[in-house]
Design a binder for this molecule. Structure first.
Ligand code: KG4
Ligand code: ZN
Length: 351
């Protein structure tokens, strides 16, 4: 990148519309994230059609706001980086169409960024960056994957979930406890007040390879909740007007949250260490929405300390979906002339 280059990053793969302007030294000049949580919370999860509409409604004003904060005219943007997938197709199309149009009108290069690469490259926004080769755990609402990153944009998939993603399990457990959406941050907070050993939830496949499975854990939590509810209904509270998780005491809910989170954390930490050992690497990146989890972060710090591993977790607000991670990935794709990236892990739209 030239000294006068400015890269625009756009992210619209799920329920956050985000825009970022980055300069040629990887400084974030402006960054806006518009969360759609309020829109989707009342439905208990992301409604794709509503997500697309909201992206379309807001994207232009986010770009305008970022340009004024960065004190730049639109024609000073030299490269446009946009999430090309994986994600909700209609939501992705809003960002892609906007970015394509802008790139066409300004006659600038368009860089299509894989969202998962974006999560990994969020670790390159820190002052100290990981050294190749390193292991990355991507742990988000849609993905749970261990990846060996051999060099820039050279990825080897080491293992992934066979069923639910870790973030999805957080969201589903929160739903069954009637806690709200998204479940991750709510469970994280509630778990702080609970007892992590109160319930002994299963740690599926903890010993077997680098694959994950969270659906058994999710089912065990659901069964525990249902059992406690029915015990309560069968008791003297038969005449209670209340039903469902509202019957459980705050302490019980906190204990379930803490015990569930402890199981997820155990599995994730164990697999990260196993992957680093298997690959003989000393640097570990943990990224994606669930890497914002305070229990996970504390356990990883502790385990990495003991195992003499260097741990890299993006800053808190850059763990969940954002546009700085897309801009910085675009920055490195441009720097290393990457036009076609392998491991298209799930569905993705081509640009
Ligand atoms: O990376 P992200 O923003 O979007 C995807 O690419 O999926 O991740 C969102 C996921 C959600 O499932 C959310 O519940 C989870 O990350 N999450 C957390 C926390 N903050 C967000 N999970 C556990 N603890 C948190 N503090
Ligand atoms: Zn994400």
């Amino acid at each position: 990148m030239d000294m006068n280059d400015f890269i625009l990053g756009i992210e619209s793969s799920c329920d956050e519309t985000a825009v970022c302007i980055m300069d040629a030294s990887k400084n974030i000049l402006s960054h806006r994230i518009a969360s759609q949580i309020k829109t989707h919370a009342k439905h208990g999860g992301v409604v794709p059609e509503l997500a697309s509409r909201q992206h379309a409604r807001i994207i232009h004003s986010l770009v305008d706001n970022c340009l004024s904060e960065a004190a730049l005219q639109m024609d000073k943007l030299s490269k446009i980086a946009v999430t090309k997938g994986p994600g909700l197709e209609g939501a992705l199309l809003v960002g892609i169409t906007y970015a394509k149009t802008l790139a066409h009108c300004l006659q600038r290069p368009l860089i299509g960024v894989n969202h998962l690469h974006g999560h990994i490259y969020a670790a390159f926004l820190n002052k100290t960056t990981p050294t190749f080769p390193f292991v990355a755990l991507i742990v988000s609402g849609g993905h749970t994957q261990l990846v060996l990153v051999k060099n820039h944009f050279q990825f080897n998939l080491l293992g992934q979930t066979r069923d639910d993603a870790a973030g999805e399990a957080f969201d589903k457990v929160a739903r069954v406890l009637n806690l709200g959406y998204p479940g991750g941050p709510i469970i994280d907070k509630l778990a702080k007040t609970g007892e992590p050993t109160a319930f002994n939830f299963p740690r599926a496949m903890i010993k077997r390879g680098l694959e994950f499975s969270f659906s058994g854990l999710k089912t065990a939590v659901i069964q525990t909740v249902r059992k406690l509810e029915s015990e309560y209904t069968d008791s003297e509270h038969m005449d209670s007007e209340h039903t469902g998780p509202e019957l459980l005491s705050e302490t019980t809910k906190a204990n379930i949250a803490a015990s569930f989170q402890a199981a997820v954390v155990d599995i994730l930490v164990h697999k990260c260490l196993a992957a680093c050992q298997q690959e003989g690497v000393t640097d570990l990146v943990v990224c994606g929405g669930v890497s914002a989890n305070s229990g996970l972060k504390a356990a990883l710090e502790n385990a990495c300390n003991k195992a003499s591993l260097n741990l890299f977790i993006p800053p808190l607000n850059l763990c969940t979906d954002n546009a700085a991670m897309i801009a910085v990935t675009g920055y490195y794709m441009d720097k290393y002339n990457i036009t076609n990236t392998p491991i298209e892990v799930n569905s993705s739209l081509s640009l």
